[in-house]
Design a protein around this ligand. Structure first.
Ligand code: SAH
Ligand code: F3S
Length: 444
C-alpha cells in the first residue's frame, strides 16, 4: 500500500500534544501514514483544537479557511478537526466550514482511522464526539520512539466545574486509568529510551486508580513508577490545590525521582474571587499547602496560572493577587484575561470590568511574573544543575539542549554526551527563554 502523508497542527495544552502524538502513532500503525514535512504535501490535515479561551476558538476557523484552499489543487485532501472545539461545537463546525471532512473529540481520537476510511468510502462527513469512557486507551499503540521525556495521560476529564472553565464540558467527567496499564506503558517507554515521565490529567492529583485490588492515588502511582528501571524523573500536571492530599505531599520525602517543581494554579489571590470561581480553597489554604511542601523540599519551585479581570474583580482583589505572587515568588507562570466560555456559569455573570482595566492588570501581573522568573534564572548562574538532554539545539545543531529540574532549557556544547543522557552543567549565563551551560564532571 502506498503511504499517505498526514500533517497535524496542535493548539493548546500538553494533553493536546499527547493526544496528537497518539493520533500519529495510530495513523502510522493502522494506515501506514507518514508524517508530512509541510501542509501542502499532506493527504490528511488534522487540527487538534483548544477552546479554553475565545481567541483559541477563533483560530480554528482561520486555519480551516487557509487549509480549504489546498483542496482546489488536491481534491482528495481530507481535513479533520479534533480536540475541544470539535467536542464543543460538533456539527456546527461543518455547518460553518463545509470543507471539513471529519470531526472527532478528545475521547474518540482512537476512531480517527475508521472515520477517515468511512469518509473516503462514502464521501459523507463523519462526526463522532461521544464520550466512551476510557475506551480509547485500549486502542492506542505504544509510541515507537518516545524520546527522553514522555507524556503519559493517567486520567481524563474534570468534574470541578470551576465557574470559568469549559473543560468539564469538552472533555467530560474524570475517569482514571488502571494502574497496571499505566505502569506497562511507562515500562515500554523506558525501554524505548524515556528517562522522564510526565503524568498528565486535567486534575491529575485526583487520580483514582486501582492496584492489586486496592485503590491507588497519584502518590502510589508515583512510588510505583519510580521503581521502574531507567525512570529517573517524574513530573505531573495539572494539579488542583483542593485535592493535593497529604500522601502526595509526603511523596516529596519518599521519592527523589519526583522533581522539585510543580505547577499549582492559584488563579486569584482574593478569597472573594476564588469563591466566585468555585475553586474550593482559600488563599490561606493554598499558602499552607505551599509551606507544607517547602518544609519537605526547601528547594521546591512553584508555577501557577492566573486569570485577571474575572467578573466583579476590584482593584483590591487584584492587589491581593499581586500579594500572593510576592509571597510565593512563583517561577515561570501563565496569566490570562478572563474569557467567557459557552455553558459555564461565569459566562452568565455580568462582566463588569472594563477591557482597558483588564489589560492593565494583566500587564502589571505579567511584568512581575517575568521579573521573578528571570530572578530564578539569574540565581542559577554559577550553580551546577543536573540536566536531562532532550534535543539538539534549535539555533545551532552542533549544540545540545537539556532541561533542568525546573524545566529551564540549557544550551551547551556536548563533548561526549547525547540525547537521553543526564549531564551536570555549570550554568554560565541566563537569557529570557534559556540558559547557557558548560559540561562539568562534578558528581552531584
Ligand atoms: N485543571 C487546571 C486548569 C486547566 S485550564 C486547574 O485546575 O487549574 C488551563 C488554564 O487556563 C487555567 O488554569 C486558567 O488559568 C486558564 N483558563 C481556563 N478557563 C479560562 C477562561 N475562561 N478565561 C481565561 N483563562 C482561562
Ligand atoms: Fe477547569 Fe477547574 Fe477542571 S480550571 S479543568 S474545571 S479544575
Amino acid at each position: 500500500m502506498d503511504s499517505k502523508k498526514v500533517y497535524i497542527k496542535t493548539h493548546g495544552c500538553q494533553m493536546n500534544e499527547y493526544d496528537s502524538s497518539k493520533m500519529l502513532d495510530l495513523l502510522k500503525s493502522k494506515q501506514n501514514f507518514e508524517i508530512a514535512e509541510s501542509e501542502d504535501e499532506a493527504d490528511l490535515l488534522i487540527l487538534n483544537t483548544c477552546s479554553i479561551r475565545e481567541k483559541a476558538q477563533e483560530k480554528v476557523f482561520h486555519q480551516i479557511g487557509r487549509w480549504k484552499k489546498f483542496k482546489t489543487k488536491k481534491p482528495d485532501l481530507k481535513i479533520a478537526i479534533g480536540g475541544c472545539v470539535a467536542s464543543q461545537e460538533g456539527e456546527k463546525i461543518v455547518k460553518r466550514a463545509p470543507a471539513v471532512d471529519v470531526v472527532f473529540g478528545p475521547q474518540t481520537l482512537h476512531k480517527l482511522p475508521e472515520l477517515y476510511e468511512e469518509k473516503i468510502k462514502t464521501d459523507r462527513t463523519q462526526i463522532d464526539i461521544s464520550f466512551p469512557k476510557l475506551e480509547k486507551f485500549n486502542f492506542l499503540p505504544s509510541a515507537e520512539d518516545p524520546g527522553p521525556s514522555a507524556f503519559v495521560s493517567v486520567m481524563e476529564g474534570c468534574n470541578k466545574y470551576c465557574s470559568f472553565c469549559v473543560v468539564p464540558h469538552t472533555r467530560g467527567h474524570e475517569v482514571s486509568r488502571n494502574v497496571i496499564d499505566i505502569l506497562n506503558e511507562v515500562s515500554v517507554l523506558a525501554d524505548g529510551g524515556a528517562r522522564e515521565i510526565y503524568f498528565l490529567g486535567q486534575n491529575v492529583n485526583n487520580f483514582k486508580g486501582a492496584y492489586k485490588g486496592e485503590s491507588a492515588s497519584l502518590a502510589k502511582l508515583i512510588e510505583l513508577t519510580a521503581k521502574i528501571q531507567n525512570i529517573e524523573r517524574i513530573r505531573f500536571t495539572t494539579s488542583h490545590p483542593y485535592e493535593f492530599r497529604d500522601d502526595l505531599v509526603e511523596v516529596y520525602d519518599k521519592v527523589p525521582e519526583l522533581v522539585s517543581h510543580v505547577h499549582l494554579p492559584v488563579q486569584s489571590g482574593s478569597d472573594r474571587i476564588l469563591r466566585l470561581m468555585r475553586r474550593r480553597y482559600s488563599v490561606e489554604r493554598y499558602l499552607d499547602l505551599i509551606d507544607k511542601i517547602r518544609s519537605i523540599r526547601p528547594e521546591m519551585s512553584f508555577s501557577s496560572d492566573f486569570i485577571v479581570g474575572f467578573p466583579n474583580e476590584t482593584e483590591k482583589d487584584f492587589a491581593a493577587t499581586m500579594q500572593v505572587v510576592e509571597e510565593v515568588k512563583f517561577d515561570e507562570s501563565f496569566s490570562f484575561i478572563y474569557s467567557p466560555r459557552p455553558n459555564t456559569s461565569a459566562s452568565e455573570m455580568s462582566d463588569n470590568v472594563g477591557i482597558e482595566e483588564k489589560k492593565e492588570r494583566l500587564e502589571i501581573l505579567q511584568s512581575r511574573l517575568t521579573e521573578l522568573s528571570f530572578g530564578y534564572s539569574r540565581r542559577m548562574v554559577g550553580t551546577i544543575q543536573n540536566c536531562l538532554i532532550t534535543a539538539s539545539s534549535k539555533k545551532d545543531p552542533s549544540e545540545l539542549q537539556a532541561r533542568t529540574v525546573n524545566n529551564r532549557i540549557v544550551n551547551f556544547k556536548p563533548r561526549d554526551f547525547k540525547v537521553g543522557d543526564f549531564v551536570n552543567l555549570l550554568i554560565r549565563d541566563a537569557y529570557s527563554n534559556s540558559l547557557r551551560g558548560e559540561v562539568v564532571n562534578a558528581v552531584l
